[in-house]
Design a protein around this ligand. Structure first.
Ligand code: FAD
Length: 481
């Protein structure tokens, strides 16, 4: 059922309280409802965007240029799932493992096989087919990416919330603090837009507020709660990471490329596990954006030969580039999207001076790419360039900043709005905030869900993994109910 803030004054609170109604919260509530377990989502926003609620997302970024935090995630029913693009992929096995060749690369306390059982349901939710890949050389593979329509979770599951007595959401219910006593979260302070507050006493609580607000609310709760909600907060807010994006160069194609189909004519490549270990790099996607006016994979052989002749001669190529529209375009942009090293310096912190309208400190995001991040981008592009040259498929030109592996110029496209880390999963409290079941270390009844729990991010966009984790947590909580 769909309620508003006043419901909390008298309504019966279901056994599981979820904070946040993005993809994580909605899939969790749906999974629980399907097992006959009742939950209630507390959602800060209403059914639509409003400036006053969205204002609480604003914050400051220190370090590399980044998106305006006030727009980088959405605060209303459905969360950022209201404007995501729908690029989907699974993490690779190597993304879960501790990389002994890379210092401080922690690995996950679970393996890929722990999430595999949830693929069928995740595919159904995201409206995807199973994905595959093709090893081209020992160092490079072509990978298939999934494209969700994109599913707008708040629309797809609206009827469920309208009709089910087990899947409930309470709108305009902004949780402004958690309070712990004797190893349990006992109370939540919830505020509406007018500044009214009340208390909810959850049996079990799951934080699903996205990859910045999960850290932010726990950091703040640790300051205002008599007992800390995260008893060992040594990693809380820290090891935050993104997927840096950059236009890294271009390729002049001599032959059609691409085995898998994807909207907008993208072809995706990635280093193999062997390459990552051999060259000491992280995971990456090399995206060749063929685009509508550039060569199609199905283009005629004749056009490919014409391009080969024209584009091999740089003077001729320059001339053709100037006279676009004749069907021969020499260069095709290469976009890099890659894994970032989880570093303690990259973190979500609380502003010491600025608070939102509800009195919660605004977030300060420290975010900077490291030498390993730049090195990864360079090597991934080199591997792709070598493959194209050695197979006579095309000629790759890398931009100077990629070759020199230095600070990248920003062209408005510097990352993916993928907010990962801050409450990472770990084997012990000194290394992370939640355990392998996503339960906060030291709390008997509090869980965190979302990409904030990712210890590393691979090169896959995060929502697929978030959905798998939501299905897994829902199954776990239902088994305990
Ligand atoms: C422009 C854009 C494009 C993207 N494209 C892709 C893509 O192609 N592929 C992909 O995998 N990912 C993509 N993403 C990322 C994707 O949107 C996120 O991974 C996903 O939405 C995260 O889901 P979530 O439920 O964890 O958090 P969110 O979607 O952020 O939802 C969090 C919810 O919690 C609520 N909330 C926050 N604080 C409180 C509080 N204190 N009290 C109550 N409620 C609260 C918010 O209002 C919100 O509804 C994109 C993101 C953006 C911004």
């Amino acid at each position: 059922m769909i309620y508003d803030f006043d419901f909390l004054r008298s309504g019966a609170i279901p056994p599981i309280v979820i904070i946040g109604s993005g993809p994580a919260g909605i899939v969790l509530a749906k999974t629980l409802a399907e097992s006959g377990v009742s939950s209630l989502i507390l959602e800060a926003g209403g059914l639509e965007w409003t400036d006053d609620i969205q204002d609480s997302a604003r914050g400051k970024v220190v370090g590399d240029e980044y998106f305006d935090l006030g727009l980088s995630h959405l605060k209303y029913f459905g969360g950022s799932g209201n404007h995501w693009t729908g690029f989907c992929n699974l993490l690779d096995s190597i993304d879960f493992t501790k990389r002994h060749d890379i210092q401080g690369h922690p690995g996950w306390p679970i393996e890929k096989t722990d999430l595999d059982p949830f693929r069928t349901d995740a595919n159904a939710i995201l409206e995807l087919q199973d994905l595959s890949s093709l090893e081209l050389t020992p160092h490079l593979k072509e990978i298939e990416f999934g494209k969700s329509p994109p599913v707008v979770f708040s629309e797809k599951y609206f009827e469920l919330f309208e009709t089910s007595s087990d899947a409930n959401v309470c709108l305009h219910s902004n949780v402004i603090a958690l309070h712990a006593e004797n190893g349990r979260v006992r109370r939540l302070t919830v505020a509406n837009l007018h500044g009214d507050t009340l208390t909810v006493e959850p049996q079990t609580v799951v934080l699903c507020m996205g990859g910045i607000d999960n850290s932010r609310l726990l950091l703040w709760s640790n300051e205002v709660s008599t007992e800390p909600v995260v008893p060992d907060a040594s990693t809380l807010g820290k090891y935050w990471h993104e997927h840096p994006h950059n236009v890294a160069g271009d390729v002049t194609l001599f032959e059609p490329i691409g085995t898998f189909s994807f909207p907008w004519n993208y072809v995706f490549y990635s280093p193999t596990e062997k390459a990552m270990r051999e060259f000491g790099i992280l995971n990456a996607t090399v995206r060749v954006h063929l685009g509508a006016d550039l060569p199609e994979t199905s283009e005629s052989r004749l056009m490919a030969i014409a391009r080969r002749v024209v584009c091999a001669n740089s003077l001729l190529a320059d001339g053709v580039e100037r006279v676009r529209g004749d069907g021969i375009a020499c260069s095709t942009p290469i976009e890099l999207v890659w894994e970032q090293e989880p570093r303690v310096e990259n973190r979500v912190a609380l502003s010491p001076t600025e608070k939102d309208a509800a009195g919660v400190p605004r977030p300060v995001l420290y975010w900077e790419k490291s030498p390993l991040d730049y090195h990864t981008a360079k090597v991934a592009l080199e591997l792709f360039g070598r493959y194209m040259a050695e197979n006579g498929l095309g000629s790759v030109r890398a931009f100077d900043h990629i070759i020199s592996a230095t600070r990248h110029p920003v062209s408005g496209w510097m990352a993916g709005n993928h907010h990962m880390g801050g409450t990472r999963m770990a084997g012990r409290p000194s290394e992370g905030v939640v355990d392998a079941d996503l339960k906060i270390f030291g709390m008997a009844n509090a869980y965190v869900l979302g990409s904030s729990v990712f210890p590393t991010g691979g090169h896959a966009n995060p929502t697929y993994t978030i959905v798998q984790l939501a299905l897994r947590l829902g199954t776990h909580l239902a088994s305990q109910a």
